[in-house]
Structure formats: C-alpha cells, structure tokens
Design a protein. Structure first.
Length: 291
C-alpha cells in the first residue's frame, strides 16, 4: 500500500525533511484516489463488523500533528466509514489538576477501548514527550527530587522507554497501537491559519497561542523525528503521512485503517453444534406461529 512508504517500525531513521508533504512524489491521480478512498471506507465497515463480533483484540489509532494539519477533519471523514457504536474518540488536551497528580499514562489507561472496539486518540500521551519537552514543563511537576533532578535528556529517554514498554504491554494484552503523524509543511500551515482568520466560520479554530507555537515549527520537526525514532516498533509502528492535501491524507489513513483491521482477529464467532440446533429450534417455532 502507498502508506508503507511513510511507515517507521524501528528498522530505519525518520527524516521529515526527506519526506513529502503532498502527493506529487507518489504521482497519483486524484480522481482514482478519491474512488479508492470510497472503496476503503466500505472495506472498513465490513472488517469492523467482523472485528466487533470477534471481540478478541482492541485497536488504538494515535493521531499527532502540528496545528492545522487536519487531525479533526481526518477523523470526521475517514472514520465515518466505521460504526460509531464500536468507536470512541478521545481528545487529549492540557492535563487538568487531577491528571497531573497521577503518572502521565494514567489518563490514557482510562481511555482504552474494550476488546472488539476501536479508540482514536486525537493527540495522546505523546504530548508528554513533545510539548512538555519543548517547553520544559516537567520542571513544574509535583514529583520527587530523584525524578526531577536528573538530566533532561535522561528524563525523556526514560519516558521513551516507558512508552515503548507500555505499547508492548498493550500488544501482549491483545491490543494493537497504530500511530500516525500528519506531516504538514510550514507554508501549508500558514495558508490554513490565514483561512481560519479570514473565514468567520473558522475563526473559532484559531488562537493566538497557535501562532506562538508556530514559532517553534522547526524545533517540533526535530523533536518529532526523535520521538518517532525512539518509539517506533513493528508491533506499534509510526506513519509520517503527507498532510498538505487532505484528500490524499484521508486516502492514506483509510489504507492504514483497512490494513490494521485486516491484521486483527476479525472472524465471526462459530456457534457450537448445540447452539446451532437451538437456532434451528427457534426457527421452527417462529415458522409455526400463526401469521
């Protein structure tokens, strides 16, 4: 699948400046891609139905990105192919006072789906090694000196290790984690910010804090590379997808969702001989009813 070109599983380094942010490198036809996206949404629906009925695995999609990269619209359009009854979306914002009193994975555990269900994390525990690291927010944590007095690099190296182990723990407990980074260019982010300012219907999406974070765009790119390299694994891969053209991003994400569902347990339960006989008995009783 096309998305494999943007997959990182620990076998190679991620260099965002070498990766495309649009579809030009892949030389695709937009109309064909739109048609394939529609096909993928149909496949997703069928696979999810069997996945839900099977109920032996849980599936978690992590979406990370710079502001205006299209996380919300990706969830809205691509995940429309899924039955909402078996999907939960959690948006991880700045942690509140209660969450700060616990370990950084505490609130994530509360959002894990039941097996047979899908969770979509709009931002995630990765914020705790991204924005926290960039702005040294860990210095304000209420934690023991033995934790906070260590070197910054050591502190976040420990968090990378904890994340790797946590995702391995989930895999060993019949969950799959798929992580997606929407790789938007700085120029495209600027265009989308201006659109949010100029379009009254999108004013609510823009905040002056977005502009403040844009000043760290290049720093975030370097940090994302570091985070992806430190936490990518075969059981929990990263995809750094081009995000300048939303139609292409949505197609790639739909590919990833279909692929993830195909690799999970998605067989309809087979009834025992006794249960099948009970079904036939029920059929006989229904047919015997007076119409």
């Amino acid at each position: 699948m096309k998305a494999d070109s943007y997959r990182f599983d620990g076998s190679g380094k991620c260099r965002l400046d070498k990766l495309a942010t649009d579809s030009k490198t892949d030389g695709v036809d937009k109309e064909k891609i739109l048609a394939k996206t529609t096909e993928n949404l149909q496949k997703m629906a069928a696979l999810q139905d069997a996945f839900y009925a099977d109920g032996r695995e849980g599936l978690i999609f992590v979406l990370q990105a710079m502001d205006a990269a299209g996380k919300d619209s990706t969830i809205k359009h691509v995940m429309s192919g899924l039955n909402p009854q078996g999907v939960q979306v959690t948006s991880f914002k700045q942690p509140n006072s209660e969450e700060l009193k616990h370990d950084f994975l505490w609130r994530v555990n509360k959002a894990l789906p039941a097996r047979g269900s899908i969770a979509i994390f709009n931002r995630s525990y990765y914020e705790d090694v991204l924005v926290v690291q960039l702005h040294d927010l860990q210095k304000g944590y209420q934690m023991a000196p033995r934790v906070l007095e260590q070197d910054k690099d050591e502190f976040f190296a420990q968090r990378y290790r904890q994340i790797r182990h946590y995702e391995q723990y989930l895999y060993e407990n019949s969950y799959r984690v798929v992580k997606i980074f929407l790789h938007v260019s700085k120029n495209e982010q600027k265009k989308r910010f201006l659109e949010r300012i100029d379009n009254p219907a999108k004013n609510w999406k823009f905040s002056a804090s977005d502009l403040a974070e844009r000043a760290y765009f290049d720093d975030y790119q370097r940090l994302y590379e570091q985070v992806i390299d430190a936490t990518a694994a075969k059981e929990a891969p990263w995809y750094a997808l081009p995000a300048d053209q939303k139609w292409y991003t949505r197609y790639l994400v739909s590919e990833i969702v279909v692929d993830a569902l195909e690799h999970t347990s998605h067989n309809y339960p087979v009834l025992s001989t006794e249960a099948q006989q009970n079904l036939q008995d029920c059929r006989t009783r229904l047919e015997a009813e007076n119409s």
